[in-house]
Design a binder for this molecule. Structure first.
Ligand SMILES: Nc1ncnc2c1ncn2[C@@H]1O[C@H](COP(=O)(O)OP(=O)(O)OP(=O)(O)O)[C@@H](O)[C@H]1O
Ligand SMILES: [Mg+2]
Length: 477
């Protein structure tokens, strides 16, 4: 993608490189000729037109840097012509010329959008200096527009940091598949940047000016999810007091991001499949089919193939979604990106908190590199934000990192209280503490804890039983 984002510093497209191009619009042949000769001798590419209509026609044919426009033309008043010329090329430089220039004329010309004003008879040196300045103004302006455009394009990618082999491959892939309408499946652990990539796909597609609509399909009960996705008609169910548009309609000609698709119920899966196949759906309780043009990007942090094997995910939907798969590697699998990310987040949070940019000491970078980052980039981002906020010096030192990352307090409590404990006992106690900590983190939802440990629920339950862990409360409300 970087090729597409290269910032152009050359001549704007369509403009001839070199000194610049000038169009003279003047009804007096003698004036046209002397101006043309003067400017051509200076190396400008010059054309001339005898009246307003001819001038506009020339401007429509090719781009110019500058127009020298006579105020009094036989067919049109030069002032009238100005807005029409601007409409053809808003960045064009325009210098008005008149024989009977008065202060009022000059003011009116400038107000109507001319960049400068010149009186006949002119002084050649002054005229050449004005022409030079006008051409250069136009070129700089054009360059800035291009620069902004390039930066905007770039930006979508620049906010995604990475130089590791797998990330470079992902950037290429994103660049390749973004412009199409193909369904994309993003797979990766929590915090690896799935939503970020989904947005980059959208922003680098022709759909970028249409909505990007994210929906967390895992966090809603099935009926709510369906009415959110498909909308409903008034009276479709008891609480449907008015009809409502679904996200599929809201995302029309845009992108719908189905996050955590693995947690979607089997029945909703069937409905999604239908939309993917026919690009049509109905409001809940509705009778009319609605046609939409929506690009689907789905994300999952669980292995969908495994869910298919377990009968929890429809195989046909899996294949529909799996047209293009982007696997986002865990941060611990691309440690070379850590310093880059550290720097990126340091800048981000220094700016956000209006604090001077700080440097991470080598002593602090070491534990950051060695830590396993189970929460991936999101976890690193949080750690860096915290460090920036807590820091009162020009450096980020290890003290500003959380204990478990900086490696403080690593002696296990069980080894201190029971010096005679066997290795097996120490390990069991550790396992117990780790499981309890995770259960607490998940609000004692065993399914979620098993998920996060990447072990089957049955295995977790066996461990809970063996380690005598008392379940505090069941599930999260
Ligand atoms: N390569 C990256 N460069 C910069 N920032 C990143 C990168 N990857 C992720 N982030 C940031 O990390 C955070 C988490 O990313 P994101 O929300 O995209 O992850 P996710 O895979 O969708 O996580 P989850 O599965 O938990 O929803 C975001 O703030 C995102 O901007
Ligand atoms: Mg996400």
């Amino acid at each position: 993608m970087s090729e597409a984002a290269v910032i152009s510093r050359g001549t704007p497209p369509g403009l001839v490189p070199g000194q610049g191009s000038v169009l003279i619009i003047d009804d007096e042949a003698a004036i046209r000729e002397s101006l043309q000769t003067l400017l051509e001798l200076e190396g400008y590419d010059v054309e001339a037109a005898a009246d307003g209509e001819e001038g506009l026609a020339r401007l429509g044919e090719r781009p110019f840097d500058l127009v020298l426009l006579d105020l009094a033309l036989p067919d049109r008043n030069g002032l009238e012509l100005l807005p029409e010329i601007r409409a053809i090329d808003p960045q064009l430089s325009i210098i008005m010329i008149t024989a009977y220039g008065t202060v009022e004329d000059a003011v009116r010309a400038m107000q109507s959008g001319a960049n400068n004003f010149l009186q006949k008879p002119w002084d050649n040196e002054k005229l050449l200096a004005d022409v030079r300045a006008a051409v250069s103004r136009r070129r700089t302006e054009e360059e800035n527009i291009q620069l902004k455009r390039a930066l905007k394009q770039r930006y979508n990618f620049e906010s995604i940091v990475g130089k590791s082999e797998p990330m470079l491959k992902i950037f290429d892939l994103v660049g390749q598949v973004a412009p199409s309408r193909s369904t994309v499946l993003l797979q990766g652990e929590s915090g690896t940047g799935k939503e970020l990539i989904a947005k980059a796909l959208h922003l680098n597609s022709p759909r970028r000016d249409r909505p990007f609509v994210p929906v967390n399909t895992g966090s809603m009960p099935a009926d709510l999810l369906e009415s959110t996705l498909f909308g409903h008609v008034k009276g479709a169910f008891t609480s449907a007091i008015a009809s409502k548009k679904g996200l599929f309609e809201i995302a029309d000609r845009g992108t719908l991001f189905l996050d955590e698709i693995g947690s979607m119920g089997i029945e909703t899966q069937a409905k999604i499949l239908r939309v993917l196949q026919d690009r049509k759906f109905m409001h809940l309780g509705g009778v009319h089919e609605i046609q939409v043009d929506v690009r689907i990007i789905a994300a999952t942090n669980v292995d969908l193939r495994q869910l298919v094997r377990e009968g929890k995910f429809r195989e046909d939907l899996f294949y529909r979604l799996n047209v293009i798969t982007i696997d986002l590697p865990a941060l611990r699998q691309r440690k070379e990106d850590i310093p880059l990310l550290v720097d990126f987040f340091l800048r981000k949070y220094s700016e956000e908190n209006q604090q001077p940019l700080r440097r991470v000491t080598p002593e602090a970078l070491r534990p950051l590199m060695n830590y396993a980052w189970p929460g991936n980039v999101r976890e690193l981002e949080n750690v860096m934000e915290r460090a920036v906020v807590l820091s009162s010096s020009t450096e980020i030192s290890p003290e500003l990192l959380p204990d478990h990352i900086a490696g403080r307090g690593t002696t296990l409590p069980v080894m201190e209280t029971r010096a005679d404990a066997s290795l097996f006992e120490v390990m069991e106690e550790c396992e117990r503490q780790i499981i309890v900590a995770m259960l607490e983190k998940c609000g004692w939802n065993q399914t979620e804890a098993a998920d996060r440990f990447h072990i089957p629920l049955s295995t977790l339950n066996q461990k809970i039983k063996r380690l005598n862990i008392e379940i505090k409360k069941k599930g999260r409300e």
